[in-house]
Design a binder for this molecule. Structure first.
Ligand SMILES: *Cc1c(COP(=O)(O)O)cnc(C)c1O
Length: 362
């Protein structure tokens, strides 16, 4: 029998969440972001779950080609563009679009003749200071792109640093929008603006975020980008990680649990041993009290997470025994709560799901 740990992927929830993203931005087209193996859900499952998206966006050139091989016929976008000229040739061959964010990429494009034009997404750095051209250089780069015969359409694109906190004291969203509008003034082309956080704020922000394309990622997977909980945003979990108890220990006051003897029992209690560890993608740094469901009852992690196992407090689940069902995250146990307890974000937990975990579609 395989280990009892299973990741259940909910395709209907993926469809629901995509519809939710589109409803926030009526009239805009949506890229379903499927980078990082569709945030740990599997590229091919991402393709099926987001079949209604207007395009799929990702980072990995080999996986972009793979999407074509899997039969995806709508647009595909490489969010970081090309890394070398071989990528450009593959993009032209497979009709894959890409963002251009630095002068080195621009020069590569200028000196790599392509049999077919590719559509590019010109990225502006509006304050994130990660990728993109400065607003003051933007129009000049746009003109250079226009002069390249093998460039098709040019989409105007930027990325927000703080769309989860609109009035961020350092870089408010409105300031990034202002810089974008200034840098893109007078330039033709579709606009591509929002990640999940921006999309979820569109209804309240109205016209200031008017865009032709949105780029939802985490919200499609039922995770919150911040602000409110996923449930409050109307999102459904798309990945439920379940396992079982494979052992139970009765311990007394003064007994310690796990590596480093980090947890000490104050009174007699039962400890459940769950078949899930950091080699499955559960965060090793999750501290005591990280929430977890056993037999549908919310309880807590105790002791250190080890490679293949973790230990839980069964004090409030007296009937739990070997074989009892455990939910690490997903339906009934919001991934964002687990992530917050562990000092990280739901994105990281999903992406870290390990290849050894069996995946079933539900
Ligand atoms: C990953 C990514 C997104 C999606 O971000 P979420 O926060 O997951 O919605 C959108 N745009 C770009 C450029 C990205 O790299």
């Amino acid at each position: 029998m395989p280990r009892p740990i299973v990741a259940h992927i909910h395709l209907a929830a993926m469809q629901h969440n995509l519809a939710r993203a589109k409803a926030c931005a009526p009239g805009a087209k949506a890229w379903g972001v499927v980078k990082a193996n569709a945030y740990g859900h599997g590229l091919e499952r991402g393709m099926r779950g987001f079949a209604a998206a207007d395009g799929l966006a990702l980072i990995e050139p080999d996986n972009a080609v793979r999407l074509r091989e899997l039969g995806w016929t709508k647009p595909i976008l490489l969010l970081e563009g090309w890394f070398d000229s071989a990528d450009l040739l593959a993009m032209a061959e497979h009709d894959i679009e890409g963002s251009v964010h630095c002068v080195e990429q621009l020069e590569m494009l200028e000196r790599t003749p392509l049999a077919r034009p590719i559509n590019v997404h010109l990225k502006m750095n509006t304050g994130m200071n990660r990728l993109g051209f400065r607003p003051s250089d933007y129009a000049a780069v746009h003109a250079r792109l226009r002069a390249i015969p093998h460039v098709g359409s040019i989409t105007l694109m930027t990325h927000f640093a703080n769309a989860d906190e609109l009035h961020h004291p350092c870089m408010p969203l409105a300031e990034q929008v202002r810089r974008f509008n200034a840098g893109a003034a007078g330039l033709p082309g579709a606009r591509s603006l929002c990640n999940s956080a921006g999309i979820l704020h569109m209804p309240e922000l109205g016209d200031s975020l008017a865009t032709d394309w949105i780029r939802p990622g985490i919200m499609l997977y039922g995770g919150t980008p911040g602000g409110k909980s996923a449930e409050e945003f109307g999102l459904k979990p798309t990945m439920t990680l379940t396992s079982e108890l494979i052992g139970v220990q009765e311990i007394g006051p003064g007994d310690y649990v796990g590596y480093g003897s980090r947890f000490k029992a104050e009174q007699a209690m039962r400890i459940g041993v769950v078949a899930c560890g950091y080699a499955d993608g559960y965060p090793r740094h999750a501290p005591v009290d990280t929430p977890i469901l056993v037999d549908g009852v919310r309880t807590r992690l105790v002791g250190r997470v080890s490679m293949d196992m973790l230990t839980v407090d069964l004090s409030n689940v007296p009937n739990a025994r070997v074989g009892s069902k455990v939910v690490l995250w997903g339906e009934g146990m919001p991934i964002d709560e687990v992530a917050t307890a562990a000092g990280t974000i739901g994105y990281e937990l999903m992406c870290a799901l390990a290849p050894r975990v069996a995946v079933v579609e539900a």
